[in-house]
Design a protein. Structure first.
Length: 283
């Protein structure tokens, strides 16, 4: 696969999130910090990863008995009371909300980046949480040994939610037009969490028509899921909009190889042929 982003960026991200990496061993903190290098090329990954370790040490010091409920309370204290992390309600679509270094420096984030910090600090003190891809509002879930669940809203300073609370969140976001379904609270893989974070950032760039930055993020998405036909197609369209016709045609051909029976296969095939004809006339 040919990438538009720099080889250094792709190689660095692949170390933490490439397709050969087992899901449970994906380092979400360092992978997310490599994403931030799209904006801050010289970012010191280890300096910020060290800050996560320091937060974990602080939480561990408050929970010597390893009681999960005490650990959750300590997490909320360290991250939201002492660290003052909070959801950025004033400028939700600021791209800095998706860069982990900015989240730690500014204390502002969106649900998924705040949740990554929370989940990875928790992981370091022996508390394993799952990401929950509820539409419009990423959450975390903790399962007790007895099968009970605790849902955690990191955008709202670690609030513990019931399922009815989740419906209320959906009502706020979708004006009462979306009902909570069981699959909305299913746990996500670490790869899926990264993918959602990247797609959020790409959407921010697309909303401001910053196609070049969106294209870089599209490349990273395809490191995480290299055989995703929809993402290959979306990158083709971004490349085409930026005048990268040859690369766009390559992506369209890849899309057809991955999804030969896609509903839009005929249109995509015609688009690829048209691009190649245009390129031939230019030679």
């Amino acid at each position: 696969m040919t990438y538009t982003a720099s080889a250094e960026l792709i190689d660095s991200f692949s170390v933490f999130a490439g397709p050969e990496i087992e899901d449970e061993t994906i380092d979400l903190i360092r992978a997310a910090l490599v994403v931030a290098r799209t904006e801050y090329p010289g970012l010191d990954l280890e300096a910020y990863a060290g800050r996560i370790e320091l937060l974990a040490s602080r939480v561990a010091g408050l929970t010597p008995d390893y009681n999960p409920q005490h650990a959750l309370a300590a997490l909320n204290r360290v991250l939201f009371e002492e660290g003052n992390l909070t959801g950025n309600r004033e400028d939700f679509y600021d791209p800095r909300n998706s860069f982990l270094n900015d989240v730690l420096d500014r204390g502002l984030g969106i649900p998924i980046t705040l949740s990554i910090v929370y989940m990875e600090v928790a992981r370091r003190v022996g508390l394993h949480l799952s990401g929950v891809s509820m539409p419009g509002h990423f959450l975390l879930k903790y399962h007790t040994d007895k099968g009970k669940e605790t849902l955690i809203d990191c955008f709202n300073r670690g609030d513990f939610l019931s399922r009815q609370d989740c419906q209320s969140r959906l009502d706020d976001i979708y004006s009462g037009e979306m009902k909570l379904r069981p699959e909305y609270l299913h746990p996500m893989s670490r790869r899926q969490i990264l993918n959602r974070m990247l797609n959020n950032l790409k959407a921010v760039y697309l909303s401001t028509r910053n196609f070049r930055k969106a294209l870089t993020i599209a490349d990273l998405i395809l490191v995480v899921f290299p055989h995703s036909p929809e993402d290959v197609k979306q990158r083709a369209l971004l490349r085409y909009s930026l005048g990268l016709q040859r690369l766009a045609a390559e992506d369209l051909d890849d899309y057809l190889r991955i999804a030969p029976n896609a509903p839009d296969a005929k249109e995509i095939r015609q688009m690829s042929i048209s691009i190649r004809r245009m390129l031939a006339l230019m030679n």
